[in-house]
Unconditional design. Structure first.
Length: 150
């Protein structure tokens, strides 16, 4: 009786393991769209607080089908990407605009994750730099003078 129960346990385990395997992936479409960025990092360098925090990432659709960007998400609320919802035809260029809030002082490294229908369906763009605080403004008032004795 123990042998029968043990045999059923092994049989059940074998069936369970066979069903748990991943299904084979479909072969990649050789004609699919593909996104190719000129650069995936933008370095602002050292900038002053309140400076222009805009930059652009240029890309080309190097595939044979239209490229459709479905999403672009910043790693935090201080990094806001914008992009066109229009398909980018094969061989054509597009841009993703990124705005960083430069009112935050200090070094920063932020990312923007771009999702598309390209063979590489996710690309991470990086912005970095250092924001220095604005110098405190000094008033140009004349120094007080000593009273004269009249």
């Amino acid at each position: 009786m123990k042998k029968v129960i043990l045999t059923y346990c092994f049989l059940f385990l074998a069936i369970f393991l066979v069903n748990a395997q991943d299904a084979p992936k479909a072969p990649a479409n050789p004609n699919a769209a593909e996104i190719k960025f000129k650069a995936t990092t933008h370095d602002y360098g050292t900038i002053m607080q309140g400076a222009d925090g805009n930059c652009e990432f240029s890309f080309t659709n190097t595939g044979k089908e239209p490229l459709i960007l479905s999403n672009a998400v910043g790693s935090c609320g201080c990094t806001v990407p914008t992009f066109s919802k229009e398909p980018v035809m094969p061989g054509k260029n597009g841009t993703i605009k990124v705005h960083y809030d430069t009112n935050r002082v200090g070094a920063f490294t932020k990312t923007v994750t771009v999702t598309s229908n390209g063979q590489t369906d996710r690309v991470v763009l990086t912005i970095q730099g250092t924001v220095n605080a604005k110098p405190t403004e000094q008033q140009n008032t004349p120094a007080p003078t000593a009273p004269t004795g009249h």
